[in-house]
Design a protein around this ligand. Structure first.
Ligand code: C5P
Length: 240
């Protein structure tokens, strides 16, 4: 089987507060997504990377010039949710000759600190697996559930047992022939669609148990305003 990366890059990133889609905000001299694509491009096991943009996107080409080529495709089929963007991207992969038994590694454009060796670790751990898996980290902090409602002041409703809890990262690696129906099925059920925030959750909804592969603390998703300065500091220490 071949391995394809799919990068959902069609979000608006409103939590980041940077006045535009966070994937195009500069970090250490280039756009977030340019770092992400450079890391994926250094993974020799990947046959090609497909980037999913919003149909209205006007910025990708200027931030990742010349990306499209032998190992890169750009498609403007982003949807209203991440799951929809990914599902549409999978259709584009099929249209380009990918097969159901090929592997798909879905990776957030906004996780721009990705290192090639983490992707290789995931592929090694999952390529013989029945289901597939994802990079994730055991939760170190004590977890609190907040009382509902409070947008301003939050209060603790309960402490959540953190034992055996992992925080999901990306890439998430599944067979195309399993992931596509999982996402399409989840999207057709409004209750489920609202709870599907990653690929693994759609796979789990079918009763499967994806493998948890240790990721890295630095593989965080740029989400909040302060994340960009932290990412810049970390990138300055990585010889790319
Ligand atoms: O918003 P969030 O941080 O969860 O987005 C994760 C990734 O999914 C980002 O790279 C974002 O661009 C992408 N996304 C997308 N289509 C959407 C929403 C998010 O491709 N409708």
């Amino acid at each position: 089987p071949r391995c394809f990366a799919v990068v959902p890059c069609a979000g608006i990133g409103e939590r980041a507060g940077v006045g535009g889609p966070k994937q195009y905000h500069p970090v250490a001299g280039k756009a977030v997504v340019a770092h992400t694509l450079a890391a994926l491009g250094a993974v020799s096991r990947l046959d090609a990377t497909l980037v999913v943009l919003s149909p209205q996107d006007t910025q990708f080409e200027q931030h990742a010039p010349g990306f499209e080529g032998e190992r890169g495709w750009v498609v403007r089929v982003g949807g209203a949710s991440r799951a929809e963007s990914v599902a549409n991207g999978l259709d584009e992969l099929l249209a380009r000759g990918a097969q159901p038994h090929d592997w798909v590694l879905v990776h957030d454009a906004a996780r721009c600190l990705l290192r090639p060796e983490w992707v290789e670790r995931l592929i090694l751990a999952c390529e013989e697996d029945e289901v597939g898996g994802l990079l994730a980290l055991p939760v170190a902090d004590t977890l609190k559930a907040a009382l509902p409602g409070g947008d301003g002041e939050a209060r603790v409703a309960a402490t959540v047992d953190r034992a055996a809890k992992w925080a999901a990262q990306t890439p998430q690696m599944f067979r195309l022939g399993l992931l596509r129906p999982a996402l399409v099925g989840a999207l057709s059920d409004p209750d489920l669609a609202a709870r599907i925030t990653d690929e693994a959750s759609a796979i789990e909804a079918l009763g499967h148990q994806p493998r948890l592969v240790p990721g890295d603390f630095e593989n965080f998703k740029l989400t909040w305003p302060g994340d960009f300065a932290l990412a810049a500091r970390l990138l300055a220490t990585v010889p790319l």
